[in-house]
Design a protein around this ligand. Structure first.
Ligand SMILES: Cc1ncc(COP(=O)(O)O)c(C=O)c1O
Length: 407
């Protein structure tokens, strides 16, 4: 048989879904599983969106324009304006989710051998997007002890080489829930200017900022407008991951023109889906603000529950709908498998996302897990009780949390 390409070997199987067979087997044995591992919103897609889909008067589903339907681009522009962000329709390209937008952005600014700085732990699929674009991700490692903040520009500058083309920033962050401070955003901005870099801003969780914190879009650096490429999506803010609609927005004409060629090569994005999201884009601000408050209640439930587990100093997520935390366990991958294979508390267990999959640097994150807030607060409280009794019962538990090995 002919061998497959070296690139094929670079794409990892989703670390989040690896445990799925064990979870299914647990359910088959009659053990209930609370899935804390996947960021698939549990709440219904807004009825307005579904009604819009049913009401679409489409008699011919031809290819849409590669850049997106004019109506959809206008709606995205209105959506950005509702958050005080200025992008005209012709500065926006509609994409198949933020996933396609990140892949295009990486390809356009650094594809074919360039380097892009990324804070780790990071969204796992960045690794695969970078592999597809032939981009090397250079990690700036954040520490749980620093609440996954980087603090100063030096952390970034020490990772820059002549081959660095961009900084990829996810704010608020999946998986840590970090909302970068004003000072940190200014540090990113100053490094970008000093080293002539693009900033790819993945702001798919923009509205989910807790504790009365401000939405801190990177687009507020208007003097950097030509360097900024924003990536966005309806998936999380409108509980509609399956719609597969996102966008890329920038004021940089050259980036837009070249990205359009990528868009043209994949012809178009689904017509009905581009249109069904229009009303929510135009009038959905109150909806996503409500969601943000719900996720804060859930964050509170998880944070309080983790705080009651001996050996854990929980990390307090500031936004998105995730948190990452260190456990008093050497291998959370083994622990997550054990939870599904060998453990139940009152007939239930939890499925966790082991931390290692969120790091670019091999070996980091072995004692961390990511927890997604995809159940109501009551269920999450129960999940934390299950986790607490599991940590106490686990044979591989460390004597003290300080023996843990995270950076
Ligand atoms: C940080 C981040 N960026 C991008 C995506 C992909 O979003 P989409 O569903 O729009 O492709 C996700 C999905 O979980 C994400 O967490």
């Amino acid at each position: 048989m002919p061998s497959l390409s070296p690139k094929s070997a670079m794409l990892q199987a989703s670390p989040i879904r690896k445990l799925a067979p064990l979870a299914l087997a647990a359910e088959a044995r009659g053990t209930g599983v609370i899935y804390l591992n996947i960021g698939q919103p549990d709440m219904p897609t807004p009825p307005e969106m579904i009604a819009e889909l049913h009401g679409l008067a489409l008699d011919r589903l031809a290819y849409a324009p590669s850049e997106g339907l004019p109506r959809a681009r206008e709606a995205w522009s209105a959506f950005f304006a509702s958050w005080g962000i200025d992008f005209s329709p012709d500065e926006i390209l509609v994409t198949s989710g933020a996933s396609e937008a990140v892949t295009f952005a990486l390809s356009v600014v650094a594809g074919g051998g360039g380097e892009v700085l990324v804070f780790e732990p990071c969204y796992t699929n960045y690794l695969s997007f970078a592999a597809q674009a032939d981009v090397t991700l250079v990690p700036v490692t954040l520490r749980v002890d620093d609440a996954y903040h980087f603090g100063s520009a030096e952390r970034l500058t020490s990772c820059i080489t002549p081959n660095t083309k961009a900084i990829l920033l996810c704010n608020p962050s999946n998986p840590t829930g970090t909302v970068y401070t004003e000072t940190e955003l200014e540090a990113v901005a100053s490094v970008a200017v000093e080293h002539d870099l693009f900033v790819i801003c993945d702001e798919v969780y923009r509205e989910f900022v807790f504790d009365g914190g401000q939405v801190r879009s990177f687009t507020r650096f208007t003097d950097l407008a030509e360097r900024i490429i924003v990536v966005d999506s309806v998936s999380k803010r409108f509980n509609s991951c399956g719609v597969r609609i996102g966008c890329m927005a920038t004021k940089n004409r050259e980036v837009l023109d070249v990205t359009l060629r990528f868009c043209q090569a994949r012809l178009s994005v689904a017509t009905a889906e581009q249109l069904m999201v229009v009303p929510m884009l135009e009038h959905g601000r109150a909806y996503s603000e409500r969601l943000g408050r719900e996720y804060q209640d859930r964050r509170d439930a998880v944070y309080a529950g983790l705080g009651r587990i001996e050996g854990i100093e929980p990390h307090r997520s500031e936004g998105s709908f995730y948190t990452m935390t260190r456990l008093p366990i050497t291998s959370c991958e083994d622990f997550a498998a054990w939870l599904l294979r060998d453990f139940a508390h009152d007939g239930e267990t939890v499925c966790l996302a082991p931390g290692q999959g969120f790091y670019v640097t091999p070996g980091l994150g072995a004692d961390e897990v990511r927890i997604a807030f995809m159940y109501d607060a009551l269920t999450l409280r129960r999940a934390m009780t299950i986790l607490s009794s599991a940590v106490a019962a686990y044979p591989g538990r460390l004597a003290t949390a300080t023996a843990a090995t995270s950076p």
